[in-house]
Design a protein around this ligand. Structure first.
Ligand SMILES: [Zn+2]
Length: 258
């Protein structure tokens, strides 16, 4: 997971969508007030999905959580769940869901199927689904969400580097440095991280191999080629850039560079 800066687009279609979303949000809030029920227009909240999925956008065509490249059927995740809420262990809470944020552009994150909808791997169920643990206060009414302190990281708000560390010496795993980091790992990938561990390790090893490759390539421009490669990691464009950055850091630590 890497820090993502998602500036709101300004094109006409987006602005029209935002207006339609505001109207639909008012409707859903009224509906809930009257009947304690609400209907979700899935087509509406997904209308601008390409802004979340595209390769040259803020998310670089990757899952906002695990940084896997999005495949053919990506998900548009509601960071605050839209119609039911569970705790970190998946126990359903008495909560209708954050119905007032169903159409909020900044409550949507592109996600791979496993991080969002969940998956089972080696007998362990992982994935966010409706899980949304918070510290202390739980928002139940529009506007109250600002008082919440979520325990699952949002890479467009939190700086994942403050909460997570990919460690090559502690079992080649993502380590939670804070409560938020630990719970995020547990929810998305499970404590053993089996579902993604191999991909991350491959990415880490790939960086080491490539760095050595540049060094011994014998090419005159190897430094420029290496720069281009590391730029792709530092910009966040590369798949699993958070783990790849850890490899860059470790190479520096061991002073392998001439
Ligand atoms: Zn993912």
């Amino acid at each position: 997971m890497r820090k993502i800066v998602f500036d709101e687009p300004t094109h006409a279609k987006w602005i029209k969508w935002r207006k339609d979303c505001e109207t639909a949000s008012r409707k859903i809030v009224d509906e809930f007030k009257r009947s304690k029920k609400f209907e979700i227009n899935n087509k509406l909240y997904k209308r601008q999905k390409s802004e979340y999925y595209k390769e040259d956008g803020a998310f670089f065509g990757k899952c906002a959580y695990c940084e896997a490249k999005l495949k053919s059927k990506p998900s548009l995740d509601h960071y605050r769940p839209k119609k039911a809420v569970a705790d970190e262990n998946g126990n359903q809470l008495k909560h209708p869901g954050y119905y007032w944020l169903v159409y909020s552009w900044d409550n949507l994150l592109p996600s791979c199927a496993s991080c969002n909808e969940g998956a089972k791997f080696k007998g362990v169920s992982v994935g966010k689904q409706d899980k949304f643990p918070v510290r202390n206060i739980r928002a139940r009414r529009p506007g109250d969400e600002v008082k919440e302190k979520p325990l699952i990281l949002n890479p467009t708000i939190d700086d994942p580097a403050k909460h997570l560390e990919w460690s090559s010496d502690k079992g080649k795993m993502m380590i939670g440095k804070t409560k938020e980091g630990k719970i995020t790992i547990k929810i998305l990938w499970g404590e053993s991280q089996d579902i993604i561990k191999e991909e991350w390790e491959t990415a880490y090893n790939d960086v080491l191999a490539r760095l050595f490759g540049f060094l011994f390539s014998g090419k005159a421009n190897w430094r420029q080629e290496r720069q281009k490669f590391t730029d792709g990691i530092i910009s966040g464009k590369a798949e699993y850039s958070f783990v790849r950055r850890a490899a860059l850091r470790d190479v520096k630590d061991f002073s392998i560079e001439p």
